[in-house]
Design a protein around this ligand. Structure first.
Ligand code: ATP
Ligand code: MG
Length: 562
């Protein structure tokens, strides 16, 4: 994969790994990306994907790898639809797990064996207290926990009860398996955490084979160890769980000793990120689906037209820290704009059209204008755009009484049609509301590709679409989904601060070469913004549908006075 930015000084995780490799502690590094298949991936996950898979690429010379592991230990919320979408998103971001695709549910036997081992060592017991009693006995920071009756059971009694739990003799909630660690620990996670609970629920992979399921804190280190993960990278909320992670590694018969390292999760302004909230937005119909272009999901960003390299550049730019913070979404938009500015061809579209009739057209009767596909990149070549007597131009490119610095069209003024003639406005018509309905103009013969003749002031070129060959397109103008920087902090909840104008649908005039492009085609509509032909609804030529990916300039930043 081509990295467009030089990497600066190593971050703290890369430093640790470089040290482990140079000291010989590890001969290679194996990381993993462990999503729970209970929703679609979002841009926060992209940070973790770029980190974990990125490390494997950076250390490919010593055989480094990154596993894609589905952490599918909770049967209740998981669906195969999510598994497929996650694979697609990781691939689209440009990463490859090779043969290293794993499902935690394939380790259920191993988790069970580890649990039995802990019981045999006197390090786990069955607790028949209700959830409420357990909570009451847990104590708090100043008061140690109170042992339950289960803590006094013998190894044999525990083995027997655990076997009966597994055999389905108990109802949900009747008992759990807990680790016997330290009821007085100042770290509440160490106060005899639950290892297994009963759930009479079928699992998408193992069917009805199990009615006991392991807790995340217990299963995760075992998964890592079983896969010989060297560096298990997770977000800061797990910092307090690390002693527990290490305890399981110390006390279970595992084949390797992974090290957990925490980094700050990505939070973005004007966005919510948790899968639960994204699901709520989808289920309550605030957005169309998981891939709605207003969502921060990978599939939404893809449909919006955000290129994968721009997302990777963004993840690189934000770096890794140990402190939680919030990143300005404008930074992501900057990377997208930067990439598309360099890489995407130009096309012409008029979003708010007004007709110009060039009354002396026959003086030169051009049939097509040669327009360059990229102003800074001649390698992208030129295209012929059909043109005839009538063209659409942008309403805002005409002013009846233009101020001095307005160099576009006005009565008696000149402007160049991009790739075509210089024209002069001779007259115009308005409707009863004062809206301009028609502009009459004359072409200046001999000005295609030539400078303005002596005495003619023409300082600007505007985009246009030929009336005869232009195509009506549905254009979806997306804006931020929320009106405030921190929707999670909104008093009325995040759904109370949805932006009512996050989607505006208009009919625009677009040139034939844009209309006939395939779905997924991304371009700059000159002077308007970056757009992509919608992956679901766009039909080349027949029914063009374009999504606005990002505006040319950051209008929000301007509003906020930045
Ligand atoms: P969410 O809280 O958004 O629902 P999650 O943490 O429950 O996400 P998982 O499927 O468990 O989602 O996450 C898979 C991996 O992605 C984990 O290693 C997790 O630490 C990482 N991850 C999730 N959200 C972020 C984020 N915002 N920034 C960085 N990494 C993240
Ligand atoms: Mg999670």
């Amino acid at each position: 994969m081509s990295d467009t930015k030089d990497s600066p000084k190593l971050d703290f995780i890369r430093e640790i790994i470089a040290e482990d490799l140079s000291s010989g502690k590890h001969s290679t590094t194996i990381t993993r990306f462990p999503p729970e298949p209970n929703g679609y991936l979002h841009i926060g996950h992209a940070k973790s994907i770029c980190l974990n898979f990125g490390l494997a690429l950076e250390h490919a010379d010593v055989g480094a790898k990154c596993h894609l592991r589905f952490d599918d230990t909770n049967p209740e919320k998981e669906e195969t639809e999510y598994v497929e979408s996650i694979k697609e998103d990781v691939k689209w971001l440009g990463f490859d797990w090779g043969k290293d695709l794993y499902f935690a549910s394939n380790y259920f036997d191993f988790f069970h064996d580890c649990a039995v081992h802990l019981i045999q060592q006197g390090k786990a017991y069955i607790d028949r207290d209700s959830a409420e009693e357990m909570r009451a006995k847990r104590g708090n920071i100043t008061t140690p926990g109170t042992p339950s009756a289960g803590r006094e059971l013998t190894v044999e009694e525990n083995l027997d009860l655990f076997a009966r739990m597994k055999a389905g003799e108990f109802k949900e909630g009747e008992c759990v398996l807990r680790a016997r660690i330290d009821l007085a620990s100042s770290n509440m996670n160490m106060r005899d955490p639950v290892l297994y609970r009963i759930m009479h629920v079928d699992h998408h992979n193992t069917g009805d084979a199990w009615c006991i399921y392991p807790m995340y804190d217990f299963a995760h280190p075992l998964e890592d160890a079983l896969e010989h993960i060297t560096h298990s990278l997770c977000t800061l909320e797990f910092e307090n769980h690390r002693p527990l992670y290490d305890w399981f590694i110390e006390n279970c018969p595992v084949p390797s000793k992974p090290r957990q390292i925490e980094f700050a999760r990505l939070n973005l302004t004007y966005t919510v990120m948790s899968k639960r909230k994204l699901l709520q937005l989808v289920q309550e119909g605030h957005v169309g689906a998981w891939d709605d272009p207003r969502l921060p999901t990978i599939s939404g960003l893809r449909r919006r037209g955000y290129p994968a390299p721009a997302i990777r550049d963004f993840c690189k730019r934000i770096g890794l820290t140990k402190f939680n913070g919030t990143t300005d979404v404008a930074l992501l938009e900057f990377e997208v704009r930067d990439f598309l500015n360099r890489e995407s061809p130009r096309r012409m579209a008029v979003l708010d059209p007004v007709k110009v009739v060039m009354e002396n057209w026959d003086a030169e009767a051009l049939t097509a204008a040669e327009v360059s596909n990229h102003p800074q990149n001649p390698d992208m070549g030129e295209r012929s755009v059909p043109i005839s007597r009538e063209v659409w131009i942008e309403r805002e490119d005409f002013m009846e009484n233009p101020p001095k610095k307005f160099y576009r069209l006005g009565p008696g003024r000149h402007v160049r049609l991009r790739g075509g003639h210089i024209i002069r406005c001779t007259s115009f018509e308005k409707d009863s509301d004062g809206n301009v309905t028609l502009i009459r103009a004359e072409i200046l013969p001999g000005t295609v590709g030539m400078d303005a003749p002596e005495g003619v002031e023409c300082r600007a070129a505007i985009h246009w679409v030929d009336v005869a060959s232009g195509v009506d397109a549905e254009v979806r103008l997306y804006d931020r989904l929320f009106t405030v920087e921190d929707p999670d902090g909104a008093e009325g909840g995040f759904t109370s601060v949805l932006n009512p104008d996050s989607l505006k649908i208009i009919t625009a005039k677009i040139e034939p070469a844009a209309a006939s492009a395939e779905a997924g085609f991304a371009c700059q509509f000159e002077r308007v913004g970056y757009f992509v032909a919608d992956s679901k609804d766009h039909q080349p030529a027949a029914k063009p549908v374009f999504n606005r990916c990002v505006a040319l300039k950051d209008s929000w930043g301007k509003q906020a006075g930045r």
